[in-house]
Design a protein around this ligand. Structure first.
Ligand SMILES: *[C@@H]1O[C@H](CO)[C@@H](O)[C@H](O)[C@H]1NC(C)=O
Ligand SMILES: *[C@@H]1O[C@H](CO)[C@@H](O)[C@H](O)[C@H]1NC(C)=O
Length: 253
């Protein structure tokens, strides 16, 4: 009895090993998936971005766009540090953990994808070169502004220029697919910023017209403005940029 159970255990062990080998083989043989998605999944610096793609089910669309035919595809991938630098912890948690914010996440992710270029982007300056009137039209339908700001670097801006970030790393990763790492902050569409602030900091209620809905710069430190420059006073309308979204004092141009 004892020997038969011992041999059974031995047999079971080898069966387990066989299963492990099969699992390993099937994992290594399954090399499906674009380099883009594999990089986003594999590099720890993109964990927030990757999880957002995964949980909002936008990942399948991203994968699909990597095989777009005859066009070029650019993904702006903010690093975890960029998300943490530009979003209040409360906003980040709200976006990550509240299923009801899925629509906002999808909008944010769509703003970070460009499918309207026809020439593969191989370096940062290409982004400025291929932009139309300084604008890169995103999957969301609103533009990211782009300007060349150095011999080999460009700066991205939201339309109101409330948010900006310098592009340091541009990687062609698949045929006509380019991964742009946003490691110095991210850009968010202006009206989407407001939506996020209202949803995540305004108690989720839709404001009545004329009522200042957005918690005004409770967090943003006072900006030092040079006295020689005339800075228009912050408009009380909801069209002024939602500074509360920003965790730090991001430079405005
Ligand atoms: C791309 O389009 C061409 C022409 O329409 C077609 O022949 C080719 O099979 C397409 N390739 C892919 C990968 O869809
Ligand atoms: C890649 O871009 C080139 C140049 O725009 C284009 O001619 C080619 O069809 C594209 N390839 C694919 C697979 O989309």
């Amino acid at each position: 009895m004892a020997s038969s159970s011992a041999s059974f255990a031995g047999y079971g062990g080898s069966a387990l090993r066989l299963l492990a080998v099969l699992a390993l083989l099937s994992a290594t043989c399954r090399v499906e998936g674009s380099n883009l998605v594999n990089i986003l999944k594999g590099e720890g610096q993109f964990s927030i971005f990757y999880q957002a793609l995964l949980q909002s089910e936008e990942l399948a669309s991203v994968e699909g766009r990597t095989v777009l035919n005859g066009s070029s595809y650019v993904v702006f991938a903010p690093t975890d540090n960029s998300f943490r630098a530009d979003f209040e912890p409360k906003v980040l948690t709200c976006l990550q953990q509240s299923a009801s914010q899925k629509g906002l996440i999808v909008k944010l992710l769509n703003y970070l994808q460009i499918t309207t270029l026809h020439t593969p982007v191989v370096n940062a300056v290409d982004l400025a070169k291929f932009a139309v009137d300084g604008r890169l039209w995103t999957v969301l339908g609103t533009p990211i502004l782009v300007q060349q700001t150095g011999p080999a670097s460009v700066t991205l801006f939201s339309e109101s220029k409330a948010m900006d970030t310098v592009v340091n790393s541009v990687r062609p990763v698949d045929t006509n697919v380019t991964l742009v790492t946003l490691d110095a902050g991210l850009v968010v569409d202006d009206s989407l910023s407001e939506e996020i602030v209202v949803a995540c900091m305004g108690g989720g209620s839709i404001p009545a017209p004329g009522v200042p809905a957005i918690p005004r710069p409770s967090i943003a430190p006072p900006r030092q403005t040079p006295t020689t420059t005339t800075v228009p006073p912050a408009a009380p309308s909801s069209s002024s940029p939602p500074r509360a979204l920003l965790a730090g004092n991001r430079r405005l141009l």
